[in-house]
Design a protein around this ligand. Structure first.
Ligand SMILES: Nc1ncnc2c1ncn2[C@@H]1O[C@H](COP(=O)(O)OP(=O)(O)O)[C@@H](O)[C@H]1O
Ligand SMILES: [Mg+2]
Length: 341
């Protein structure tokens, strides 16, 4: 793969809760990765696993109290974002690194036309003239597949459908040609057809602009076709990561296997039912330091898992997994992979 643009090294973002702020919640606990130009990296995990906090940390959007980045480096082209002052980080936010949030309605200003919002972002971050910014806004809406962009540019967000709001968010996020676009569950609120269209659109943008994508979702199925690499998060940690193909075909963590089984199958009768992972995601403020956070829900768990923290081991090229019992998984894996092939 080509040059790395973002290197996250041992990132730790904790929240300090309770009246005396002594309850430590390790939302992101020792996260490391390298993102390359044009790469699409997916971060997958159930609700509360630390996906959004990991993304917000990169843009330094976690505020104290209660949140604090307590360790690690975030290198953007080798420069540590943690050491930049507010002005420098503001320049990067929205221009070089852009983020699309979960809820378009929360990010789009309801009383400003969609076009004006794109224009304002362009004027803030580039030296383009006002007239050219409006032209560019129309082009951008066209690029993300919004019909009649010349008219649409003068409309308000409420005049757009959910899918079109999502597309205009993409247009806004793409307006300054960011090097990295972070999409935090950009499609959860949308129906499946619209989800597919939005993903298709993001993928096209990646191809034409070589933008690197960090795609956050709780649904492993959504990313199968688009992601180059996948990180599976559980309880604030990456428990397995690797090339998308390896994650789907030779998963090594029982949790990853559970996520694969939870992907809906369109080719089976509905009576077949949906597999869900038993139990609940952990209360993040109550995970002991020395254990596997998944142990309470894992059928392979032993005393070792409850008293020691598994460390990442290399299980294939660029493929790592943190689990004491990955060998035991083999039979089940073969069966699941065969039936989900
Ligand atoms: N502002 C906050 N204050 C306190 N706890 C928070 C805050 N934001 C996130 N958390 C906690 O951090 C953990 C990770 O949250 P988040 O990254 O939003 O999860 P995800 O995006 O994977 O659903 C959760 O346990 C959540 O409750
Ligand atoms: Mg989230």
């Amino acid at each position: 793969m080509n040059e790395p643009i973002l290197e996250v090294q041992h990132l730790k973002t904790y929240f300090y809760l309770g009246t005396d702020m002594t309850t430590e919640l390790r939302a992101v606990d020792d996260l490391s990765y390298t993102l390359h130009k044009g790469e699409c990296m997916a971060i997958i995990g159930e609700s509360g696993s630390g996906k959004s906090v990991s993304a917000l940390s990169i843009l330094r959007l976690v505020s104290y109290p209660p949140g604090l980045i307590v360790g690690g480096k975030i290198l953007f082209h080798g420069q540590d974002l943690m050491e930049m002052d507010d002005e420098e980080i503001m320049k990067i936010r929205g221009s070089k690194i852009s983020m699309i949030f979960q809820e378009p309605s929360s990010a789009l200003n309801p009383v400003v036309t969609v076009g004006k919002q794109i224009v304002e972002n362009l004027l803030r971050h580039t030296s383009i003239s006002k007239e050219d910014a409006w032209k560019r806004a129309v082009e951008l809406l066209d690029e993300v597949g919004i019909p009649n962009p010349e008219q649409r540019v003068n409309q308000y967000p409420f005049e757009f459908s959910g899918g079109m709001q999502q597309r205009s968010m993409i247009a806004m996020a793409m307006s300054c040609n960011p090097e990295i676009l972070i999409c935090d569950e950009p499609t959860t609120a949308l129906d499946v057809t619209v989800q597919a269209q939005v993903l298709e659109q993001l993928d096209k943008l990646r191809e034409t602009h070589d933008t690197a994508l960090i795609f956050i979702t709780h649904n492993l199925g959504v990313v199968a076709r688009y992601a180059d690499t996948v990180k599976i998060m559980y309880g604030g940690k990456v428990i397995e990561d690797g090339p998308t193909d390896a994650i789907f075909h030779v998963p090594h963590h029982p949790y990853t296997l559970g996520l694969i089984q939870a992907v809906p199958r369109l080719d089976l009768p509905r009576s077949h039912g949906l597999h869900t992972i038993p139990g609940e995601p952990p209360d993040m403020s109550k995970i002991p330091e020395n254990c596997c956070a998944f142990a309470p829900r894992c059928k392979y768990a032993t005393e070792e898992c409850r008293t020691k923290r598994p460390q990442p081991e290399t299980v294939g090229e660029g493929h790592h997994c943190s689990c004491f019992h990955m060998d035991l998984l083999e039979d089940e894996r073969n069966e699941v992979v065969r039936s989900h092939g």
